[in-house]
Design a protein around this ligand. Structure first.
Ligand SMILES: Nc1ncnc2c1ncn2[C@@H]1O[C@H](COP(=O)(O)OP(=O)(O)OP(=O)(O)O)[C@@H](O)[C@H]1O
Ligand SMILES: [Mg+2]
Length: 341
C-alpha cells in the first residue's frame, strides 16, 4: 500500500532516488528542446526542477503561456509584447475550429469559456480564476480577458445596436483605469499593485453578446491612506490630483504647487500610472460627471490636509489633545532628527 509522507510517496511502487535522477538526466538532456513542451503534463518526471527548467526554456524563447492540463500558466514577460494581444489574434482564437490546438494563450481560456456558455442549451455561468503572487500579472491578465470579450462578444448587426455595443464595451474597459487609480499603489514588488481583490461579472444575453458588467471589490487596503511602508506610495489617485490638477483646481482644492503632505511619500517618482487625464476621462465614460468628480477630488485633497495635522500629547488623558502649532511641530521634528537613533 502506498503512503504519503510530506508529499512524497513511499512504499514498494515509489521511485528510488537513483532512478529518479536517471530519469531527470534523460529528460533534461533529451533531444526535444524543452521550450517545445507546451503542456506541463508532458514533463516527465514531474519535479520542481523539470517544471521550472521547462518554463525557463519557454521564457527564453519568448513563449509566455504554457498549459498545465486545464490550467494555463502565464509568465510575466516584464516587457511589452504588443503582437501577442492584437484584435486580429483575438479574432483568430475566436474563429479557430479548435482553439486548444493553437499555441497556449489567455485567449484560448477566454474562448473556451465563451464556448462553454454558448454550447449549453440552458446557459450555465462560467468562472475564470486568475491567481498568483504580487506582480505575477493578474491585473494584466484580467484586462486582456475583458478586452477579448469586448472584441468577440459584441458583434451587432444594425447601426443602432453598434452604438449600444460600443458604449457597453467602452464602459467595461473604462472601469479598469478608475479601479486602478483608486485601488492600486506602487509597492516594493509592483509599481501598479492592486490593493484589493475583485470579482468581475460579465453579463451576456441569449445571443452571447455582452450586455453589461458588475464589479465587486473586497479587502481594500484602506490603511494605506494613512500609513505606507518606506519606499512605497499611497494610492495613485492622490499623486494624480497633485500632479495633474489645473491652476484653478489647485486653488479650489488648496493644493499649491510644491506643497508637501506627510501621507504622500515619494512624490518625486513619476510613474505611467500618474495620468490624471485618463482617470477623469474614464470616470466621465462611467457616468460620473465633472461636478461629482470635483467633489470626490476635494474630499481626497481634504484627506491629504488631514494627514498634515499633528496632535500634542495630552498630560491628562481625560482631556482632548491639543493641535500642535507649526512652530512647535518644526521644533519637534528637528529635535527628532537631531536625536541619536
Ligand atoms: N503579459 C504581460 N505582458 C507585458 N507586461 C506584463 C504582462 N503581465 C504583466 N506585465 C507587467 O507586469 C506588471 C505587474 O503585473 P500586474 O499588475 O498584472 O500584477 P498583479 O499580479 O496584478 O500584482 P498585484 O497582486 O500586486 O496586483 C504590469 O504592470 C506589467 O507592466
Ligand atoms: Mg493587480
Amino acid at each position: 500500500m502506498l503512503q504519503q509522507v510530506n508529499g512524497h510517496s513511499c512504499g514498494s511502487d515509489a521511485q528510488s532516488p537513483a532512478s529518479l535522477r536517471e530519469d531527470l538526466q534523460e529528460f533534461l538532456g533529451g533531444e526535444a528542446p524543452l521550450h517545445q513542451l507546451d503542456d506541463l503534463t508532458k514533463v516527465n518526471p514531474v519535479t520542481l526542477e523539470t517544471v521550472l527548467r521547462c518554463l525557463q526554456a519557454r521564457y527564453m524563447a519568448d513563449l509566455f503561456y504554457t498549459n498545465a492540463g486545464c490550467t494555463l500558466v502565464a509568465l510575466n514577460p516584464f516587457k511589452p509584447i504588443p503582437q501577442l494581444y492584437t484584435p486580429e489574434l483575438m479574432r483568430d482564437y475566436h474563429a479557430a475550429l479548435q482553439p486548444q490546438k493553437l499555441k497556449p494563450h489567455i485567449f484560448t481560456v477566454g474562448e473556451q469559456t465563451y464556448r462553454n456558455v454558448k454550447s449549453l442549451i440552458e446557459p450555465v455561468n462560467q468562472s475564470i480564476v486568475v491567481s498568483g503572487e504580487s506582480g505575477a500579472g493578474k491585473t494584466w491578465t484580467s484586462r486582456c480577458l475583458m478586452k477579448f470579450y469586448a472584441v468577440v462578444a459584441t458583434s451587432p448587426t444594425s447601426g443602432e445596436n453598434y452604438k449600444i455595443a460600443e458604449r457597453i464595451e467602452q464602459r467595461i474597459l473604462n472601469s479598469n483605469p478608475v479601479m486602478e487609480a483608486f485601488g492600486n499603489a506602487c509597492t516594493l514588488r509592483n509599481n501598479n499593485s492592486s490593493r484589493f481583490g475583485k470579482f468581475i461579472q460579465l453579463q451576456l444575453n441569449r445571443a452571447q453578446q455582452m450586455t453589461g458588467a458588475a464589479v465587486q471589490t473586497y479587502l481594500l487596503e484602506k490603511t494605506r491612506v494613512a500609513c505606507q511602508a518606506s519606499s512605497e506610495r499611497n494610492f495613485h489617485i492622490f499623486y494624480q490630483i497633485c500632479k495633474g490638477a489645473s491652476e484653478e483646481e489647485r486653488l479650489q482644492w488648496h493644493l499649491p504647487e510644491g506643497a508637501t503632505f506627510s501621507w504622500l511619500p515619494n512624490p518625486e517618482r513619476t510613474l505611467e500610472e500618474d495620468c490624471f487625464e485618463v482617470t477623469r476621462e474614464a470616470m466621465l465614460h462611467l457616468g460620473i460627471d465633472t461636478p461629482s468628480q470635483n467633489n470626490i477630488f476635494k474630499v481626497l485633497a481634504g484627506l491629504l490636509h488631514l494627514g498634515n495635522i499633528w496632535f500634542a500629547d495630552s498630560e491628562d488623558e481625560a482631556q482632548p489633545c491639543q493641535l500642535m502649532d507649526d512652530a512647535k511641530l518644526c521644533q519637534d521634528i528637528s529635535l527628532a532628527a537631531a536625536a541619536p537613533s
